[in-house]
Design a protein around this ligand. Structure first.
Ligand code: CO
Length: 134
């Protein structure tokens, strides 16, 4: 059911420092920071040959990333995003298998303007999974 790895999202407490690290130490091509107020994040996109890394930093006081950083002050992997062809079919299959789909199960428009859903990390070995309709 899942297709390509669309991105891995990493929450970081200092976006400028993390961006510089990926650019200067790891030698990656990094974007300018992009504010996404609807999602409560500022994102730096790092394009790799086969996928993307997204560095996430809290934006606004109700950011979902802030709670994660409170628990993980030095930052860490926040979620992985897999592509699916049909997000409704994927949701129904997951729900039938007992996996918990977050947010009431209705897809929302994600950071790339496409429908996304999130799956409960406790059902996937401690990893928050995002599904994006490709
Ligand atoms: Co994501």
């Amino acid at each position: 059911m899942i297709g390509k790895l669309n991105h891995i999202a990493i929450a970081v407490p200092d976006l400028a420092a993390a961006t510089a690290n990926y650019r200067d130490v790891l030698g990656a091509r990094v974007s300018e920071p992009v504010d996404e107020p609807d999602h409560g994040v500022t994102v730096v996109f790092i394009e790799l040959a086969n996928t993307k890394i997204e560095l996430l930093h809290p934006l606004g006081k109700d950011s979902p990333i802030q709670g994660f950083l409170n628990k993980n002050p030095s930052g860490g992997m926040h979620h992985v995003c897999f592509e699916v062809e049909d997000i409704i079919a994927a949701r129904d299959k997951l729900a039938a298998s007992g996996a918990r789909v977050l947010g009431g199960g209705e897809p929302k428009t994600g950071a790339h303007g496409k429908p996304v859903l999130f799956l409960h990390p406790k059902d996937f070995f401690g990893t928050l999974i995002e599904l994006e309709q490709a």
